[in-house]
Design a protein around this ligand. Sequence first.
Ligand code: NAD
Length: 288
Amino acid sequence: MKIAFIGLGNMGGGMAANLVQAGHTVRAFDLSEVALGQAKQAGCETFPTAKEAVQGAEAVVSMLPNGGIVKRVFSDDVIGHAPADAILLDCSTIDVATAREVTNTAATHGYEMVDAPVSGGIAAAQGGTLTFMVGGTESAFKRAEPILSAMGKAVIHAGDAGAGQAAKICNNMLLAIHMIGTAEAFTMAQKLGLDPQTFYDISSVSSGQNWSMTSYCPLPGVGPQSPADNGYEGGFAAALMLKDLKLAMEAAHTADAKTPLGAHARALYEDFSEENATKDFSAIINSL
Ligand code: NAD
């Protein structure tokens, strides 16, 4: 298939490479020359503008920093420039309202579109093991699924337009809350004289067990290998967690949902990110 790919950064670079590996022709565009050079090395065809990349494409995939950019790129460079029977897939993490707006605009020009944000970081993007949460019609989902499957291990239809983004921010709000809770529990256990490994052995088979503890432990040397064992480098940057929490709080406000712990998590990550934006989000344990 001829697939245009816009946004070849930390995530998009690996995703585009996996589409090439799956046998697709990838027509790549990014504002960054460095990203374009890496895409070329991975086997993509590169183009000087997004408009040229989407010409003749059967699908357009984007992986961009935020909703404002997604809206601009689709309005200016994709809609009306890609063939009207191309399927459009935005994999960026953006706000639900913008995701719905861009899908609706695309639909008025005859395009089918899905919002398909991902769970999993840079390693999963490179390894083709992302989880995609997809919002869109049944028909759009059916067309998007085989393309997404080439870049991930799970592709789940969450509901209509925007539902993928809704699932993503609810999931990441919960992740922030249980990471902070896990960090608090380990810190308090130590202050009460418990050995961290002993607390892990007990809590990981008791009712406190959760993903932040048993898959991504914020304490070095405890549980499976995690960014804590690598000086909190790599992994999921605190700044990206803060971005997702801001999107979650905006959505909670719009939907009139009460999220007191989500709001508190956002405030804690806001403080933490001031000096630790690039550290893995589990490093918040060091601020307790
Ligand atoms: P990144 O900053 O590494 O990459 C974004 C790329 O988009 C850059 O290469 C940039 O040059 C390009 N870009 C910006 N504006 C553009 C435009 N107008 N036209 C073409 N290219 C443009 O970011 P990333 O880490 O790859 O994240 C991308 C998206 O994935 C974000 O929405 C992020 O929230 C989401 N995400 C990231 C992670 C992660 O661990 N990094 C995990 C899950 C989801």
